[in-house]
Design a protein around this ligand. Structure first.
Ligand code: CDP
Ligand code: MG
Length: 689
C-alpha cells in the first residue's frame, strides 16, 4: 500500500498559541526542527509540549506530505489530548485532528494530526515498515521508558537513515535527557522552563496515625485525614471557590474503596470522581467536563494523572507515594505486579500537578526521610521484565534480532540466551529462534510466558477454571502468613487446606474457602476471618484482582472455562507444560535430581514434603540454605514425554529380531534435560530414523 498520496488540503488557517513556555520558544523549536532530523524537547508537565508541538509542526507545513503522528503511553491520554488540540484549532475531533487507540479509530483522510498509543504505532511498523504516512513523529512522554517506548526508540533509530525526510520529536520530563540525545547521534535538547507556582509539601507519614495494624485501612484513614487538613487550609486561604483535590492511588480497587470511604464521610459540597485508564468514555468525560455537580471535586486517579493527563484546575494533591509496578523476579522467575514506593521523580511529578493554576499544596503520606531514601528515577521497564517475555514481544512485532536491536539500554547477552532457552522449552520458538503459532498465542497473554503456557494448555485440557486460580496465585505473594511468634498456630490453621499430593491443590482449597467466606461475610467480618486464619487480606485481594484480569484476557482470546471440576491429571498436565525444566526424580535422603543435573529438595513447608513422591514438578526453585522447590506437586512420569516432545532425546540399544512381532525391535530410552523419563521401552526399530 502506498500511503504517500493524501487528499488533504494544506493547512492554511492561522494558529493561535496559548501563553505557555513551549509557545514562547516556538521560533527556536521550529528552527531546530528545520535544521535537524531529531530534536528533544524537555520541560515540566504543563509547559505545552504535548498540545503545542503538533501545532508548531502544522504551522511549518510539515503535514503537507504526510501526517503528524503523535504517540501517548495511554489510551485515555491519546483521546483527551486529541480533543484538546482539536479544540485549540477550532475543529471537530476526527477531522483535522484524529486519534486511534485499540478498539477505536477516529482518523479521517482530512487528518493532519493523529494521536495514538505507542502500541498502535508499533503495530503499524509491521504493515508499513517505513511508516510512510507520517512526515513527523512525536514520541511523547519518552521518560516513561515503557517497553513500547524503548521498542519505538530503537526502531526509529534504524528507520531515520532510510527516511531522511522524516522529522522526529522526542519529548520528556526533565529526566536523563543526555541519554536520549546520545541515542539519536547527539540530537539537540531544547529545555523549556515551566511556568509553575510554588507547591508547599507537607509530610504526614501513615505510621504516625493511631489505627489498627492494617495497611489498607491505614491508607483510607490517612487519605481522610489529609482531605480534612486540606479542607481547613483551603478555607483559610481561599480567594474563590473551593479547590479541587487529586489523590494518587495504586489501583482501581483502591480507588473504589477510597470512593466508598469518602462517600461515607459525607463531605460537604463535594463530588468524588474516579479516573483510571479503563474507564468508559462517559465516565472519562466527567473528569474533564465543565458541568460540576458540586463546588469541589476530589479526583481519585492512578498513575495516568502523573504526567500524561492534565486534570484541570487541581489545587491540592494527596500522594500516598505508591504505584503498582510490574517487576520480574530473577530469583523466583516470575513476573509480579507488586505495589511499590514510587521514585523521587514520580513523587515530584505528582506534587507538580497542583502548581498549575495557582500556588498549591501537596500532602505526602510518608516522611521526608522516606522520600530522600527513594531511588531518583523508576528504572526502564526492560530492566524489570523477563527477557523471555520481551523477546516474545519483539518476535511478534517483527522487530528482528534482540541482540542487534539498538536499544537505549541494551539487555545483557546472558539474559538474552536464557530468555531464548526458556521460549524454546515452552514451544514458543523453534531451535532456529523462529516464533511458532503457539508463541503467538503466548504473546497475547499479559503474564509470564511460563504461566501463559499453562493457560493455553488448560484451555485444551478443560481445566482452565482451576488453572486461572493457580496461575494468578503464582504471580502474587503467598497469602498465608506465618508470624514468627505464632508459627505453630498458623500452621495448624493452614493445615485445613493442605493437600498432600499438590501444593497447587492447596492453593485451590484456600481460594474456595475464602470465596465461601467472602460471599457470606461483611468486609469487616472477612478481615477478621483472615486474621484468625493467618491469611493476609491484602494479598488475597491482590490474588483476586489478578485473577479477574487473567480471566478477562483469557476471554478475549476465546478461551473457555470449564463448568465441571477438572480432575487432578488435567490440572497438573496443564501446569507441567510451563514447568518442564522444573521436574525432579527422587534420589536418596530426600534429594531430587532435576533438569540439567540440578539437585534440590522439597521445601519443608510444602504439603507434599511428608510423602515425597518419586516424580515431582515445582513452580519455583529458590536457593536459600539449599536449593528448595516451592509449590510442588506429584506427577506421573508418563505425562512428561508428550509436552516435552520437542526437547527429549532418544537413544536405542540392543536391536534384535523378534519372531513374534516379525520385526526388528530395540530398547528405547528417553531423556529430558539429562533426566531419564522413560528408562526402557521396546520399539519397532524400523520406525526409528
Ligand atoms: O505536555 P505538557 O505537560 O508539557 O503540557 P500540555 O499537556 O501541552 O499542557 C499545556 C497546558 O494546557 C497546561 O497548562 C494545561 O493546563 C492545559 N491543558 C488543559 O487545560 N486541558 C487539557 N486537556 C490539556 C492541557
Ligand atoms: Mg505532555
Amino acid at each position: 500500500m502506498n500511503n504517500t498520496v493524501t487528499h488533504r488540503q494544506p493547512w492554511n488557517t492561522s494558529i493561535d498559541y496559548p501563553e505557555l513556555p513551549v509557545s514562547a520558544r516556538r521560533q527556536e523549536i521550529a528552527e531546530a526542527l528545520q535544521r535537524h532530523q531529531v530534536i528533544i524537547v524537555a520541560g515540566e508537565t504543563g509547559s505545552g509540549k504535548t498540545t503545542q508541538l503538533p501545532k508548531i509542526c502544522l504551522e511549518l507545513g510539515l503535514s503537507d506530505k504526510g501526517m503528524i503522528g503523535h504517540t501517548q503511553p495511554r489510551r485515555l491520554a491519546a483521546r483527551t489530548v486529541a480533543a484538546r488540540i482539536a479544540q485549540e484549532l477550532k475543529t471537530e475531533l476526527g477531522q483535522a485532528v484524529g486519534y486511534q487507540v485499540r478498539f477505536h479509530d477516529q482518523v479521517s483522510e482530512q487528518s493532519h494530526i493523529k494521536l495514538m498509543t505507542d502500541g498502535i504505532l508499533l503495530a503499524e511498523t509491521q504493515r508499513d515498515r517505513l511508516l510512510r504516512r507520517y512526515s513527523v513523529l512525536i514520541i511523547d512522554e519518552a521518560h516513561e521508558r515503557s517497553l513500547n517506548i524503548d521498542f519505538l526508540l530503537g526502531y526509529l533509530k534504524q528507520l531515520l537513515p532510510k527516511r531522511p525526510d522524516l522529522k522526529l520529536i522526542i519529548t520528556s520530563a526533565t529526566i536523563d535527557l543526555q541519554r536520549f540525545s546520545d541515542h539519536f547521534s547527539k540530537a539537540p535538547i531544547i529545555e523549556v522552563s515551566g511556568r509553575t507556582y510554588p507547591v508547599t509539601l507537607l509530610y504526614r507519614p501513615l505510621h504516625e496515625l493511631e489505627v489498627e495494624d492494617d495497611k489498607a485501612q491505614d491508607l483510607q484513614v490517612g487519605i481522610l485525614q489529609a482531605v480534612d487538613e486540606l479542607t481547613l487550609i483551603d478555607r483559610q486561604t481561599r480567594e474563590a471557590g473551593p479547590g479541587d483535590i487529586l489523590v494518587f492511588l495504586p489501583g482501581e480497587r483502591d480507588i473504589r474503596e477510597t470512593a466508598e470511604t469518602l462517600r461515607k464521610a459525607q463531605l460537604r459540597d463535594t463530588e468524588v470522581i474516579p479516573l483510571y485508564a479503563r474507564l468508559s468514555l462517559a465516565e472519562q468525560n466527567r473528569v474533564f467536563g465543565e458541568d460540576r455537580k458540586a463546588g469541589r471535586r476530589i479526583v481519585l486517579a492512578t498513575n495516568v494523572a502523573e504526567t500524561s493527563l492534565t486534570v484541570p484546575g487541581i489545587r491540592y494533591v494527596i500522594d500516598p507515594g505508591l504505584a503498582r509496578i510490574s517487576r520480574y523476579s530473577y530469583r523466583s522467575k516470575v513476573q509480579r505486579l507488586p505495589i511499590e514506593a514510587v521514585s523521587q521523580a514520580s513523587a515530584n511529578q505528582r506534587a507538580g500537578r497542583c502548581g498549575r493554576v495557582a500556588p498549591g499544596t501537596c500532602i505526602r503520606l510518608y516522611s521526608e526521610d522516606d522520600f530522600l531514601q527513594r531511588p531518583a528515577f523508576t528504572d526502564a521497564e526492560i530492566q524489570r521484565t523477563n527477557l523471555a517475555a520481551v523477546i516474545l514481544n519483539m518476535l511478534q512485532l517483527g522487530l528482528g534480532d534482540i541482540a542487534r536491536f539498538p536499544f537505549v539500554d541494551p539487555p545483557d547477552s546472558r539474559f538474552i540466551n536464557d530468555g531464548f532457552k526458556l521460549l524454546e522449552e515452552l514451544g514458543a520458538v523453534t531451535s532456529k529462534r523462529q516464533l511458532t503459532a503457539l508463541g503467538r498465542d503466548l504473546a497475547r497473554l499479559p503474564v509470564d510466558p511460563r504461566i501463559a503456557r499453562m493457560l493455553v494448555a488448560a484451555n485444551h485440557l478443560g481445566s482452565l477454571t482451576e488453572v486461572l486460580v493457580i496461575a494468578s496465585a503464582l504471580s502474587v505473594q503467598d497469602p498465608r502468613e506465618r508470624p514468627h511468634d505464632k508459627r505453630q498456630a498458623a500452621d495448624e490453621k493452614h493445615q485445613a487446606y493442605l493437600d498432600d499430593d499438590s501444593d497447587f491443590i492447596t492453593l485451590l482449597n484456600l481460594w474456595k474457602a475464602y470465596e465461601l467466606q467472602r460471599i457470606e461475610l461483611s468486609s469487616q467480618q472477612l478481615k477478621k476471618w483472615c486474621q484468625t486464619h493467618f491469611i493476609s487480606w491484602v494479598r488475597m485481594r491482590e490474588w483476586r484482582d489478578l485473577h479477574r484480569q487473567l480471566h478477562l484476557s483469557a476471554k478475549e482470546l476465546g478461551f473457555v472455562e470449564n463448568k465441571d471440576d477438572a480432575d487432578y491429571a488435567s490440572i497438573h498436565k496443564a501446569l507441567l507444560t510451563g514447568l518442564l525444566s522444573h521436574i525432579g526424580f527422587k534420589q536418596e535422603k530426600g534429594e531430587y535430581l532435576g533438569a540439567r543435573n540440578r539437585r534440590f529438595y522439597i521445601f519443608p513447608g510444602s504439603g507434599i514434603f511428608k510423602k515425597s513422591p518419586k516424580w515431582i514438578m515445582c513452580a519455583e526453585l529458590l536457593e536459600t540454605s539449599k536449593l528448595f522447590a516451592h509449590y510442588v506437586a506429584k506427577i506421573e512420569p508418563e505425562w512428561i514425554e508428550e509436552p516435552a516432545a520437542h526437547l527429549v532425546k532418544r537413544s536405542w540399544m540392543e536391536p534384535h529380531w523378534e519372531q513374534k512381532r516379525a520385526q526388528v525391535v530395540a530398547i528405547e530410552q528417553v531423556t529430558l534435560y539429562g533426566l531419564i523419563i522413560v528408562p526402557k521401552r521396546r520399539v519397532h526399530y524400523g520406525s526409528i530414523d
